[in-house]
Design a protein around this ligand. Structure first.
Ligand code: CP
Length: 302
């Protein structure tokens, strides 16, 4: 993984992904390690973020590294018309590694092709969010004690949800049975389903959430991605299609883990947070350990 960009989750092999989870476990046991003190990380967020940006920054700070960057493009020379190419070539002069979130699908791949330093894709449009996937795998392994042979239900906006796309692709390595719950308009794209079909894995599509709650080992809730809709009225019509309520988890499996990449809008009732099955805030914390592992491995420090 040394010096290797991470743009799509399958840029890294199953073995690489498992190695990251193993190193993340070490960081969970000992989160403060001064191994990054001679390094500068650039954090370029052209799109809003709370968890991804701050957990990367927290990860770098806990390793003794320095962070430069921005959380909105409006304060940068992009505002004056600078191209992504020129921005990346410039920032690469100031840093050892670039973390970038950008609304344009394919922008992270483009950046990795021209950058002299490795790029980590922190989300490119509705395409991929590979570091979220690594922390999701870590969270599943921690709560289920395994990654193989699980029934995983994805619920919500499977069309635009980039965390869903990356995680489905990653779970194809672990003999997963997929339960895909969405409105007709927001089904998982064929380009992602292709990965499931290639591995001859089972998947079923549903509209009703009640059809999957009792089958699932993992319920992966997602919000409807307002920012990807061209028609605001269409978003308003569909935004509360799924709300996971306390009574809906009463007859679920003992080992069920309820996950959500967050931010939550309205798709999980607050009452559900009290359930021991609700794992989304711990999931967000796991992002720090996994991102510490990823940064360390890419920079050859582990
Ligand atoms: N999960 C996630 O990507 O959250 P943010 O948009 O807050 O970074």
């Amino acid at each position: 993984m040394k010096n290797k960009s991470l743009i799509s989750i399958n840029d890294y092999s199953k073995e690489d992904q498992l190695k990251i989870l193993e190193v993340a476990e070490e960081f969970e046991k000992k989160p403060v390690q001064n191994i990054l003190q001679d390094h500068v990380i650039a954090s370029l967020f052209f799109e809003p973020s709370t968890r991804t940006r701050l957990s990367f920054e927290s990860a770098a700070n806990r390793l003794g590294g320095k962070i430069v960057g921005f959380s909105e493009a409006s304060n940068t020379s992009v505002k004056k018309g600078e191209s992504l190419r020129d921005s990346i070539l410039t920032v690469a002069n100031y840093s050892d590694l670039i973390i970038m979130r950008n609304p344009l699908e394919g922008s992270a791949r483009f950046a990795s092709e021209i950058s002299p330093v490795p790029i980590i894709n922190a989300g490119d449009g509705s395409n991929q969010h590979p570091t979220q996937t690594l922390l999701d795998l870590y969270s599943i392994k921690k709560t289920q004690n395994k990654l193989e042979n699980l029934h995983v239900a994805f619920i919500g906006d499977l069309k635009y949800g980039r965390t869903v796309h990356s995680l489905v692709i990653a779970l194809c390595n672990f003999n997963t049975t997929f339960h895909l719950v969405s409105p007709q308009e927001l089904k998982l794209p064929s380009s992602v389903k292709m990965f499931i079909k290639e591995k001859n894995l089972e998947y079923n599509q549903y509209v009703d959430i009640e059809d999957v709650t009792e089958k699932a080992d993992v319920l992966y809730m997602t919000r409807i991605q307002k920012e990807r809709f061209s028609d605001p009225l269409e978003y308003e019509r569909i935004k509360d299609f799924y709300v996971l309520r306390k009574n809906m988890i009463e007859n679920t499996k003992e080992n069920l883990t309820i996950m959500h990449p967050l931010p939550r809008v309205n798709e999980i009732e607050i009452e559900v947070d009290k359930s021991p099955k609700a794992y989304y805030f711990q999931q967000a914390l796991n992002g720090v350990y996994v991102r510490q592992a990823l940064i360390s491995l890419i920079l050859g420090l582990k």
